[in-house]
Design a protein around this ligand. Sequence first.
Ligand code: ADP
Ligand code: MG
Length: 266
Amino acid sequence: MGSIPSAILHKNHNIARTIGGTDVIEFKNVNKWFGKLHVLQNINAKVAQGQVVVICGPSGSGKSTMIRCINGLEQIQEGEIMVDGIAITHAEHHKKELVKLRAEIGMVFQQFNLYPHKTVLENVTLAPIKVRKMKKDEAEDLAMELLKKVHIPDKVRSYPAQLSGGQQQRVAIARGLAMRPKVMLFDEPTSALDPEMINEVLEVMIELAKEGMTMVCVTHEMGFAREVAHEVMFMDNGQILEVKPPDVFFSNPEHERSKFFLSKIL
Ligand code: ADP
Ligand code: MG
């Protein structure tokens, strides 16, 4: 127990970095360029099972790119990204591996990206039926369970356009969870929402975190970070400048750029 950092221990939910605790995600010396733009600069990072990491930083710093690399939506030129022990950098050459790996990763975007012509139920059951080969009624039972979890079981027959932004985003979370992923990635999930809907989405995310879901969240919702993040990762210009428990990061940011960033958003 002595090896567990106190900043993580004080959280009342899952203890992430126990000795031998598996790393679900690992970035090893990752470099990526868009043309001449060195968008990820020697990134080294780990996310352990059950850990909640919040990535923040100014617009254009590489947060979305970093998170998109985790499920192979972006490719890197140097280094290695391991997801659940498999090098996704090599998986891209093996389509089967990549499909398998992606099934372990749920992703929620700023724009909810639901299928507009499918009902909520169909949106949530599609991947389990197609990818997991789950039977339709089994997938529907699972979808109902997940829609309860995100507090909208009554919307099961609705179409996305009939839902508020907050409700659509909660369907997107349920859809991500339907694959029973090892990790959930969130890229500014509340940024496109009207203010009164932000909390209903954060509430669901907080519940997930407290259940021990491994989560990587790009968000500027610092209340969320304070409540459930084990670590806050601050990015600027393609680099990770600091990784700290939230209480340390907020009260005592190390870099001038972190201080400046916090002064703008807090
Ligand atoms: P953030 O999410 O932190 O705002 P991004 O990862 O979206 O940052 O972008 C980082 C940088 O990479 C920005 O300068 C952005 O313009 C650039 N960028 C992002 N995607 C692409 C792309 N597909 N092609 C070229 N440049 C890109
Ligand atoms: Mg972004």
